[in-house]
Structure formats: C-alpha cells, structure tokens
Design a binder for this molecule. Structure first.
Ligand SMILES: Cc1ncc(COP(=O)(O)O)c(C=O)c1O
Length: 446
C-alpha cells in the first residue's frame, strides 16, 4: 500500500488524509478533488529549513511556486519562513494579494515582459534571475525609468543534464534557459552587468532538472558553479555573494521509487560548497535552493468518481473517471506513472489490471496505463497519489471542463483553498461582438 504523510485506512476501510475520510470529502466537495495534506507540506518545509539552518546557516530555502501556488499556499510558505520563487506577473500578483512580502520573491523566466519587470521593480521583488543579454538591457532601461536598482542573479547553464536515474555532463548549450559557460556567454554577461548603473549582480543561479534521484549531478553542479565564482573573481574582481542551486530533488510516485533522504542531499551540496570555497580561498556564499515538487508533490492526492467501464476483449479494460488531462497533464506530457487505490474500499486486494482514462475528447487522455486494482464499479472513488506538484498548477479548461477545487486537510478539518470553477467562470471573459449578437436579440424580441 502506498501511504504517505498522514494517510491511513480507517475502520470503514476508507482512505483517510489529515484525519479526514476521503469518501466524506467527496460528498462535501464533489469530484474531481485535489486534497493537500497540510501537515506533510509543513513537515517537508521544516525538513529543508531545519537541515539548512543546522548545516549552513547562511542559507535560504525558496519554495518554487510553479509546483503549486495559491494564496493559501503563499501564507503557508511565509509562515514556514521560506522565500518564494515566482515565474510570472500572475504568480507575483497572487503572492502580493496574499500579503506575501515582495522582498522575499525571486523572479524567474526566460522572457519576462517589460510590464512584469516594471511591476517587479516597483513592488520591490527581492531578486531577478536574468536569463539573457536582452533582458539585462531591458532591466537596465526600466530601472533607470523607475529609479530603481535591480538585484540580479545570472542564470547559468552549468552543462549538466539530469534525469531521474542518470545525468550527463555535456557542456550542452542547447537550452532556452540561461547563458552558457562553455561558449563564454556567462562571463561576458558578468562583464556587461558590471558596467550598468541600475543592476547589481549579487548572485548566480542554476537548475539542472527535475525529479532527480541521483545525488551526483547536484554535487557536480555545485562544483561547476563554485569554479565559475572563482573565475569571476579572477577575471573581474567581483565577489559573488549568493548562489542559488535551483530545485529538482525527486519524490516517490511509485512504490519502487526510492529517493535519497533530504538531509543526505543537503549535506552533500553543503560539503561540496565548503570544500570548493576552501580550495579557491573564497568567502562562503549565501546558499539558496528552490524545491517545488519535494515540498508539495507527495502531499497531494486527487479523488475521482469512476464512471464508464469498457472492456476491449483480449486487449484492455478502460475505467473512465470524471477528470483527466485537464487536472493531470503529466501522463500525456511526460508519460508519468502513478499509484492509485479505491478510496472507498481501500483494504480490498487487487484482482484485475485496468487502465484509467480521463473524460476529455482526446485518445491520449489517459491517467494510468495498466494498474492492478480491485474490481471497480460506477460510483467508486479512485484516489491517485503524489499529485500535489504540477497538477493544479498545470490544470486547464480543455473541453470547457471546470477546474477542480483544492482542499487543505489537517487534524480532521478540511478547508477549501481554491473553489470549484463554475460554468459562469468559464464564460466570464467571453465577448460576443455586436455582429454576432443580432440574431440572438431578434430571437429574444420574437
Ligand atoms: C528555475 C527552477 N527552480 C526550481 C524549480 C523546481 O523544481 P522541482 O519542482 O523539481 O523541485 C524549477 C522547476 O522546473 C525551475 O525551473
């Protein structure tokens, strides 16, 4: 059984999360429903912040909002003493609306708009992670117009590509993000930034990938970045004071997944940074990481109601649920794999292999291929696990389905943090121009 955080099976044989019976949750809030285990999110936040403050006090953990961002999540992130990595005007707006301090935001993106940059500068966003020469020029020009100096990080391509179980050191430059070390662009950027009056280069940033289980690539990235800091000092005299190593630490989606412990990961990067600083005679930089998935991923569970069941003889049995690629695009996009159980009969043994289909008009709208489950019937509640990261945040209105609500559960209480979208929400921005309106008006008049 795949149970994480506060999950347990209660005396009714129902899946319980945060002390809430999931079958009850579906009665109260409907399906599909995103359920977030608040206690587990906080536990994950504290594991990061406590381990860093023990091993490397001059550090900051920045939650990566792209994984899952709502106003309630911004409040939680602030309560847990974490900075916030944002990637759009919309994420900045959400955080500001929630009362999250702009000074603790780190603004990413490979093509930030002038409007978003102006909002970031005037609202006092703490750090801007700059991705290109043209963005550097844009920031300088906006900074001079609004009379602000931007505190920036340069996003570097460290030439390491990491995936779940392997990584390659390629010197690879073919990525839309950041500037390369191998082609000299990163160093040229540093020299260019030093000449500008409304930009202060205070740090470097890199992010080597996501859902990484292997620790080695993080070690190599730390080494490469420290070598570059030394290179900058030698060539320009500038002492880089901050180093942001991005996110990417892997989580469990499947029973057989076994990521390293978080403290082991943190210990490795901290040791590497200290060793490299000693080797190069550098002052230890302020160290940042930006976890997203490893904070919220395993804390999320999606509840669906089973609908149509269709057997294709000798081939497979399709079990359709009332959600799909609109609330979980990861199977279609990355061939992601999931565990699931029948939440209302959680102790029953699996008896057959089925494939779980969504309800969108798309053959590729599958949530799980080939999973062993008890015999399902219409009305059963299916719970899919580890759906806290990149699910709600990637949800869409494809086919004009409404996006599901999100509830935080903790100590037997369930609180809505995002309401279910209504059909009215779907048409709120639609406009019927006058020439298409006439026939409706005539019909109404008759
Ligand atoms: C720049 C940056 N930082 C942090 C993250 C968060 O990564 P993860 O959710 O894998 O921890 C991402 C994810 O794509 C990213 O692009």
């Amino acid at each position: 059984m795949f149970l994480t955080g506060t999950m347990r099976i209660n005396e009714k044989g129902h899946l319980e999360i945060g002390g809430c019976d999931t079958v009850e949750l579906t009665r109260n809030f409907g399906t599909p429903l995103y359920v977030m285990d608040e206690e587990l999110i906080r536990k994950n936040c504290r594991e990061y912040t406590d381990t860093f403050s023990r091993l490397y006090p001059n550090s900051q953990v920045a939650y990566s909002g792209k994984a899952f961002l709502t106003m309630a999540m911004c409040r939680l992130v602030e309560e847990e003493g974490m900075a916030l990595d944002v990637v759009s005007g919309g994420e900045i707006y959400t955080a500001l609306k929630a009362g999250y301090p702009a000074s603790k935001m780190i603004f990413h993106g490979n093509n930030k708009s002038a409007v978003d940059l102006e909002i970031a500068l005037t609202s006092g966003v703490g750090r801007l992670v700059v991705d290109s020469f043209s963005e550097l020029e844009l920031i300088e020009s906006i900074g001079s117009q609004v009379g602000k100096t931007a505190q920036i990080y340069l996003r570097v391509k460290p030439g390491i590509e990491a995936h779940t179980h392997h990584y390659i050191q390629t010197g690879q430059l073919d990525s839309k993000f950041g500037l390369g070390l191998a082609d000299g662009h990163a160093m040229a950027f540093v020299k260019a930034a030093l000449k500008l009056r409304h930009v202060e280069l205070c740090g470097l940033h890199c992010h080597i990938g996501s859902q990484i289980f292997d620790l080695k690539p993080f070690q190599v990235a730390s080494e490469v970045m420290m070598d570059f800091i030394q290179g900058i000092k030698k060539k320009t005299g500038l002492a880089i004071r901050e180093l942001d190593l991005g996110g990417g630490f892997g989580i469990r989606y499947l029973r057989e997944d076994s990521p390293h412990s978080l403290p082991a990961f943190i210990e490795l990067i901290v040791t590497t940074i200290k060793e490299k600083a000693a080797e190069h005679g550098l002052t230890l930089p302020r160290l940042l990481v930006e976890p997203g998935r490893s904070i919220v991923g395993e804390a999320g569970t999606t509840l669906y109601t089973v609908g149509t069941i269709k057997e294709v003889p000798g081939i497979r049995k399709y079990v359709a649920v009332d959600g799909g690629m609109m609330d979980n695009i990861r199977t279609a996009m990355y061939e992601a794999k999931y565990e699931a159980i029948v939440a209302n009969r959680a102790l029953e043994e699996p008896v057959e292999k089925v494939s779980v289909a969504g309800k969108a008009c798309e053959s590729g709208d599958m949530l799980i291929w080939d999973i062993d489950l008890p015999k399902l019937v219409r009305g059963d509640i299916l719970a899919t696990f580890s759906t806290g990261a990149y699910h709600y945040s990637m949800a869409s209105n494809y086919n004009r389905f409404t996006r599901p609500p999100v509830v935080f559960v903790s100590n037997g209480h369930a609180e809505i943090v995002v309401k279910r979208e209504s059909y009215e929400n779907l048409v709120i921005n639609d406009v019927i121009p006058a020439h298409l309106q006439k026939r409706v008006e005539r019909r109404a008049a008759n």
